[in-house]
Design a protein around this ligand. Structure first.
Ligand SMILES: O=P(O)(O)OC[C@H]1O[C@H](O[C@H]2O[C@H](CO)[C@@H](O)[C@H](O)[C@H]2O)[C@H](O)[C@@H](O)[C@@H]1O
Ligand SMILES: O=c1ccn([C@@H]2O[C@H](COP(=O)(O)OP(=O)(O)O)[C@@H](O)[C@H]2O)c(=O)[nH]1
Length: 467
């Protein structure tokens, strides 16, 4: 196999090590790329004036060569905050009500994709396998093809692909669908996402389906297939086992003072169902009052995309809601919800997951949700906690032994919390064993190998991180 070239908007910039990664894409890709090695091109996270874009910043960290580009303030506004996060994100998460179409933002999105192509072009070598990630960069392969690139190019969508009636509301849907057919392999998180995509192609008469995963447009054929993303299961489990020795762990245990810990970890995003979750937690405490003063919900919620108005409004709404519940139900020596807006590093998270009797992963829609997988990997097999998981997270397609809930059903979710906390240890062990077997079978390396094998059109040597 030739060199692997990965392109994504978000890159965990190595000279900012020590800061927690900014979401699941960065976490998963870093694990996969560290093991295999390659070049990673993406946005530096910096913006500048129109004339100030300099050359790519290149740096090497372990096995990975990074090439980072700044974007102009206008680019960030139109492409990232605008079209990617105010059109594609809400549409793909079934929030038509939040989509804000604007021609300026759409033009900015296609312009920045052309710009990414121009930055990538001089770096491409003949045998490179090019792997492009996520909704920010859908038209990138079509741009590269226009400029003569013949390499194999793959695309992985980390977020859901919605049903045709939702996707086709987007003014540029035809252009986006057509540009996807320039890829050799298109990866989705679940079968459901792939089928929604296939239904969109069929509805528009854009391609012929040749088989379960094969499609053709004119002379070209491409693969569209589910590749559910995973975590570094064994490494994360080891991280959690070691966490018991840290000061944070001791301080946390002390502050719990015998109460059971319930945990939620989510970027502050409307797709994560935070307001419904807090409602459900309040309902749980009022419908099952014997749990009052016996449990504490630790909700870790780093701020995300704060420049986008819908996210800014949410920051206030969730903080007020948590404050209201604490005011209504808290006592002088018990705070029901500890609401934290800072981002924690993964060793700290691993320890908190292991301490928690229950994890609330209740998004209204989510591509996968790696937190659900990390929580399971972090458990003590003798006394594992329970994962309460939304049926609308991609992870629910794999994690069948979780307690599955409908996050829109506040009372149902509240009752599931009570059932989960009262679950006998035998049942918890049984469920955990099944979940952990899935995570071991389908870790991040299997995800990466599976996709790249299809992209290369040949079996690749299996890659594992050194343990
Ligand atoms: O880069 P940001 O705008 O700060 O957002 C963070 C990432 O959020 C999304 O993550 C998704 O990828 C995860 C891994 O596949 C998946 O588990 C999760 O369900 C998705 O929401 C987004 O797709 C990434 O591009 C962002 O970097
Ligand atoms: O304070 C935090 C919160 C989250 N994460 C990590 O961010 C990722 C979130 O990924 P997920 O797929 O759950 O959701 P996303 O944010 O990508 O939508 C997980 O690996 C978390 O461990 C982290 O490192 N620190």
């Amino acid at each position: 196999m030739g060199r692997l070239v990965v392109v994504s908007n978000r890159v965990p910039v190595p000279d900012k090590k020590g800061t927690a990664p900014a979401g699941g894409l960065a976490v998963a890709l870093q694990s996969a790329l560290e093991a295999r090695g390659g070049l990673w091109l993406g946005w530096s996270g910096q913006s500048c004036g129109e004339d100030a874009i300099g050359p790519l910043k290149t740096l090497k960290d372990g096995n990975i060569d990074y090439a980072l580009t700044d974007l102009t303030e206008k680019d960030v506004e139109e492409y990232y905050h605008g079209f990617a996060n105010r059109v594609l994100w809400p549409i793909c998460h079934y929030r038509l009500d939040l989509a804000e179409y604007g021609r300026r933002e759409m033009a900015g999105y296609f312009r920045v994709n052309r710009f990414f192509a121009s930055r990538l072009l001089p770096l491409i070598e003949e045998d490179d396998l090019i792997w492009i990630h996520d909704y920010h960069l859908i038209p990138l392969a079509a741009e590269l093809r226009r400029q003569g690139v013949k390499n194999r190019i793959g695309f992985f969508l980390h977020i859901p692909w919605p049903a045709p009636d939702v996707f086709l509301t987007m003014p540029v849907h035809e252009e986006l669908l057509t540009s996807l057919t320039a890829y050799d392999v298109i990866g989705f998180q679940t079968v459901h996402d792939r089928e929604n995509f296939a239904d969109c192609l069929a509805r528009q008469g854009l391609s012929r389906r040749l088989g379960e995963s094969r499609f053709s447009v004119g002379e070209r054929t491409f693969t569209a297939k589910p590749y559910p993303i995973g975590i570094e299961t064994e490494a994360f489990a080891a991280l959690a086992r070691r966490a018991g020795e840290t000061t944070l762990h001791r301080r946390m245990l002390q502050s719990l003072d015998g109460k059971s810990l319930i945990i939620g970890v989510d970027r502050l995003d409307y797709s994560k169902g935070l307001t419904q979750r807090i409602d459900a937690f309040e309902t749980f405490l009022t419908r099952h009052p014997d749990n009052q003063r016996q449990v504490t919900l630790l909700q870790i919620t780093p701020k995300s995309r704060s420049e986008v108005p819908e996210y800014e409004a949410m920051q206030r709404a969730v903080a007020e809601q948590a404050g209201r519940v604490n005011g209504a139900l808290g006592t002088v020596d018990w705070v029901p919800i500890r609401y934290v807006n800072r981002s924690l590093r993964r060793p700290a998270l691993a320890g908190l997951y292991r301490m928690a009797k229950l994890a609330l992963v209740t998004p209204l829609r989510d591509g996968m949700n790696l937190v659900a997988k990390e929580y399971i990997a972090a458990q003590n097999e003798e006394d594992p906690g329970v994962l309460l998981l939304s049926r609308f997270a991609g992870a629910a397609a794999e994690l069948k032994e979780a307690v599955l809930v409908n996050p829109y059903d506040v009372e149902g979710t509240a009752d599931a919390m009570a059932r989960s906390l009262a679950m006998p240890v035998e049942e918890r062990r049984e469920r955990w064993k099944g979940l952990m077997a899935t995570l071991r079978k389908n870790d991040v390396f299997v995800w990466c190998d599976g996709f790249l094998t299809d992209l290369a059109g040949a079996t690749l040597p299996r890659i594992r991180a050194a343990s």
